[in-house]
Design a protein around this ligand. Structure first.
Ligand code: SF4
Length: 384
């Protein structure tokens, strides 16, 4: 059976044995999405997400910027052209990473259950590197005061408080909460006027999630090293946001973790895990395998003209298309190139299919299947 005919995972993902701030936020946002993405689907270890090539190119650029931002931050944000900046480029593996990422993604796309002749990255590694350099130059401000001293990477948490007092700044500090299954890798911990500050380097825009993550990191430092940090800092390419830290709010963060982690782990033991349908469903990669989320996403797509549609195939699929009937009873002509059609799952009469990201030629009557469009077969009403 092809991936697009599987109605559910062939092996369900286990809950994480150790939680990070990101996994906690992801599971909290929607346990089912986290679970479906990480479960085995036939030959695939995980759900084979099929992002648009332009989105992959953006991701490659973003990941490289992310690494360079961290590497520069850990070296005290050196000036362009300085020896330290050159070292940060090497630490971040900045330029070599583009060719490697492009090659990796091209082979992942080729191994996807629906590869498609046009489904390849268009931009070269060099073009992506140029794009990243341009973005970095536009935003980077060297010599930010709050993190101006180079930090030393740390390999073990034992005696970490004394090590900080000796070195004044540490980087890549991996800490595990003594009693909760929660870990964090702190980008940087620094001593300023004998007070501890926790710093995380970020690309993108400031967000409440960054503050929340930093408070969790401050909690880890407090519990492992014994010192209460006085400040947490999110350093962006073009500036910083910082917040003071007090013990009572950190104790609340800890109580929140102690309450949430077992509840979220328990939710992931259900197969499928609970769905949290909402705005995220519109772009959720597993929405075709999630009834509550599909209903929300398809209705939103109908209103704003995007090509997500559930259809019952009513006339046998030919080389260039088929006829389908929507839930509202409208007849829809679905069209595609012969090359695209050969890569689609069998579209036999009476089968219900969910089409993701088609393009309406005529709203609610003519839908075109593009190279990036996916069609999932719905064998029967999936379990809710
Ligand atoms: S479609 Fe919505 S509810 Fe379903 S898994 Fe995705 S985000 Fe969760």
């Amino acid at each position: 059976m092809s991936f697009y005919e599987l109605q559910g995972p062939t092996a369900w993902a286990d809950p994480p044995s150790m939680w990070s701030s990101t996994s906690l936020d992801d599971v909290e946002a929607c346990p089912r999405r986290w679970q479906l993405l990480r479960s085995r689907w036939g030959d695939f270890d995980r759900f084979p997400v099929r992002p648009h090539p332009a989105a992959i190119e953006g991701q490659i650029v973003h990941e490289a910027l992310d690494r360079l931002t961290r590497a520069c931050g850990q070296r005290g944000n050196p000036a362009f052209g300085s020896a330290d900046f050159a070292a940060a480029l090497i630490d971040a593996d900045f330029f070599p990473s583009f060719a490697r990422s492009v090659a990796e993604w091209q082979s992942r796309l080729a191994a996807h259950p629906r590869p498609g002749p046009a489904f390849r990255l268009r931009a070269s590694a060099e073009e992506l590197a140029n794009r990243a350099v341009r973005m970095f130059r536009e935003q980077y401000k060297p010599g930010e005061d709050s993190v101006s001293q180079a930090a030393e990477p740390v390999s073990a948490a034992d005696g970490i408080g004394a090590l900080l007092r000796r070195k004044r700044a540490l980087s890549e500090v991996r800490l595990e909460h003594p009693t909760l299954p929660f870990i964090g890798v702190l980008d940087r911990v620094q001593l300023v006027s004998e007070s501890v500050e926790i710093v995380d380097f970020k690309t993108g825009r400031p967000s409440a999630k960054h503050h929340q993550q930093l408070l969790r990191y401050a909690l880890l430092w407090w519990r492992v090293a014994g010192d209460l940090p006085v400040r947490v800092i999110a350093q962006y390419l073009d500036g910083i946001e910082s917040w003071p830290v007090k013990d009572a709010p950190l104790a609340e963060v800890e109580a929140d973790l102690a309450t949430k982690l077992p509840v979220l782990a328990g939710a992931l033991l259900d197969h499928p895990a609970p769905a949290k349908a909402g705005a995220g469903c519109l772009v959720c990669p597993v929405r075709a395998r999630c009834d509550p989320g599909w209903a929300v996403g398809e209705e939103a797509a109908r209103l704003d003209g995007r090509g997500d549609a559930e259809l019952v195939v009513t006339a046998k699929a030919g080389e260039y298309g088929f006829l389908g009937r929507s839930g509202a009873g409208a007849e829809v002509a679905v069209t595609y190139d012969a090359a695209v059609g050969r890569l689609l799952p069998p579209l036999v009469d009476g089968r219900t299919v969910r089409i993701l990201e088609g393009v309406w030629k005529e709203r609610e009557s003519q839908l075109e299947i593009k190279t990036w469009t996916e069609i999932f077969v719905v064998a029967a009403a999936p379990a809710r």
